[in-house]
Design a protein around this ligand. Structure first.
Ligand code: GLN
Length: 190
């Protein structure tokens, strides 16, 4: 049995938990403390509000232990705000959070008109059949470092990428009825 944690500060926590419960051999764990962090084999940083999550990470003294765990190989998947937490650079703001992944992100990149939308997209690394992608005030990646591989683009913008033990997606697979993305993280990273 492998344990996949979900950072339990704020945001779409239960939705990830529900998806992980559907996977064989995976036990979801809500992570709010250093002790729980030490128990997991992988971690999901959910979507929500990156500024709020960043503050809560500091408040609960989790920023440094989490950064250290990721830098020493803990598999991590950041969805939406989770992607922003992992980014080394955030356009237009000085505040940074975990700074472990060599990407620059643009927050709320789709502006007000396309604030939230969904589409279907083939992502060959994950599945032969198109996946449902749900974007909610989503960021996208505007710069990728040398070690970063783009996994999916929508309208020419990178919305999913990987670097070593880190996976990020602008969209929310936990808000669909499709568990293939969770399966991909569990199988390839954890
Ligand atoms: N707009 C949010 C942020 O900048 C992210 C939105 C989300 O996670 N759905 O943190």
């Amino acid at each position: 049995m492998k344990r996949i944690g979900i950072l339990g500060m704020q945001g779409a926590i239960e939705e990830h938990e529900e998806k992980l419960r559907k996977l064989e051999g995976i036990e979801p764990v809500i992570v709010k403390t250093r002790e729980k962090l030490a128990e997991v084999d992988g971690l999901i940083l959910p979507g929500g509000e990156s500024t709020a999550m960043g503050r809560l990470l500091n408040y609960f003294d989790l920023t440094e232990p989490l950064k250290h765990a990721i830098e020493t190989g803990l598999p991590v998947w950041g969805t939406c705000a989770g992607m922003i937490l992992l980014a080394k650079d955030i356009e237009g703001q000085d505040e940074r959070y975990l700074c472990t992944m060599d990407i620059t992100v643009r927050r709320n990149a789709y502006g007000s008109q396309l604030d939230s939308f969904s589409c279907r997209k083939e992502i060959p690394e994950i599945s032969k059949d198109p996946l449902p992608l749900v974007f909610i005030r989503a960021p996208y990646i505007t710069k990728l470092g040398q070690k970063v591989q783009a996994v999916a683009e929508v309208d020419g913008n990178v919305v999913c990428a990987e670097q070593e033990n880190m996976l990020v997606s602008s969209f929310h697979p936990e808000l669909t009825d499709d568990a293939r993305f969770h399966e991909y993280f569990a199988r390839k990273f954890v």
